[in-house]
Design a protein around this ligand. Structure first.
Ligand code: TRP
Length: 361
């Protein structure tokens, strides 16, 4: 075989506009790990490129694991306010709420009918839940597992294929879902009509995974996170909450003047995600010379707060004025629906669902 087709395909990939799409599940409170690992890089990468970008609040994914309506609602509001406060430009990025795009669950149903059940049986998230049940005696392997959890990769495929996204920034745990989206797209394209672009995952391997308060990976499920703008309690000032959380980072019992190993310190590790190379080496020197944990925490607090204080002001404004948020999201939905209405119509026609006749007026 000649190299020709590959070369021209590569050339194509470089010249054609990329369409980036990613979803943020609406459960929980945005924390420093989300900021460093997802929010900041995503916003910077769209600012520095001419990629088309679609970012959305995945609230229909939120209800898979969270059954608390108030939490779903509040989390959607906080996540929308966080992304906008951190600099997401809703004129530049199509920023919308999944549930405003009724075409998405409709497409998900159509894709369900082209998706092998066996493919879903192999999904990691589903298998992990089955494994937990299997460890217990006398428990049905599917105990507590909803159809939502089982078929959620199909909804995710609909999110992506609806907009013919070319590149999807995700965490490592989502790579399998991208493989499934390609599989589902390929089956539909082959069975009916070539309608869907096969999307690629974008996994950033050099992105640091932040360490949490207790020294384990910062994660909502460990309860060790540092909230970006503070918890829901508006009575307590967000800056004080950040300070308090940083003071709770677990350290060892070394005396202030003892030399410390920066590479074993959560404080230093988080600092690296916010500071310049010079600032990092300066703090390293101070650790090695001996620095009190309290002082190191103050340095960390000032560094983080310096970056996010301007965002916090905008965040608090948006949280206090949810009508502004609502308006921005509805504007995003209007833009998204210009695509989704057409794409759904094509999918329906491809499977044989269309008007029986054109009506004369
Ligand atoms: N499932 C993704 C997560 O947990 C969130 C998500 C939903 C998503 N739909 C998406 C990500 C579409 C990328 C594209 O992180």
């Amino acid at each position: 075989m000649s190299n020709q087709p590959l070369d021209s395909q590569q050339a194509n990939e470089q010249t054609e506009k990329r369409r980036i799409l990613t979803g943020i599940t609406t459960t929980g409170i945005p924390h420093l790990g989300n900021y460093v690992g997802a929010i900041r890089p995503a916003i910077q990468s769209v600012q520095n490129s001419d990629d088309e970008a679609f970012f959305f609040l995945a609230d229909y994914h939120g209800i898979i694991k969270c059954f608390d309506p108030a939490q779903i609602h509040e989390s959607t509001k906080m996540i929308a306010a966080t992304w906008l406060a951190c600099g997401l430009d809703p004129e530049r990025v199509v920023f919308y709420r999944q549930s405003d795009i009724a075409e998405i669950p409709e497409l998900a149903w159509i894709l369900n009918c082209s998706c092998a059940k066996g493919l879903m049986n192999r999904a990691h998230a589903y298998k992990a839940s089955v494994d937990i049940n299997m460890e217990k005696n006398d428990v049905d392997p599917d105990h507590g597992i909803t159809m939502g959890l089982f078929s959620y990769p199909v909804l995710m495929a609909a999110d992506i294929l609806m907009f013919n996204a070319t590149h999807v920034p995700v965490g490592r745990d989502q790579i399998q879902h991208l493989e499934m989206a390609r599989d589902i797209a390929g089956t539909f394209n082959h069975k009916y009509k070539s309608l869907f672009t096969l999307p690629k995952e974008m996994v950033n391997d050099d992105m640091p995974l932040l360490t949490g308060l207790d020294g384990r990976k910062m994660s909502k499920s460990y309860g060790n996170t540092i909230p970006l703008f503070g918890e829901l309690n508006p009575q307590v000032n967000g800056e004080k909450q950040l300070h308090k959380a940083i003071m709770r980072i677990v350290t060892n019992s070394q005396a202030p003047e003892e030399p410390k190993n920066p590479d074993e310190s959560t404080i230093f590790e988080i600092y690296k995600a916010f500071a310049t190379a010079d600032e990092i080496s300066e703090l390293r020197t101070r650790f090695e010379a001996g620095i009190g944990w309290g002082e190191a925490k103050e340095i960390l607090f000032n560094k983080i707060n310096g970056e996010i204080a301007p965002f916090r002001e905008r965040y608090e404004h948006l949280m206090a004025n949810p009508a502004e948020l609502e308006e921005i999201l509805l504007m995003g939905a209007e833009k998204a629906r210009r695509h989704s209405r057409k794409q759904l119509d094509k999918a329906r026609r491809a499977i044989g669902i269309k008007p029986l006749a054109k009506l004369k007026k």
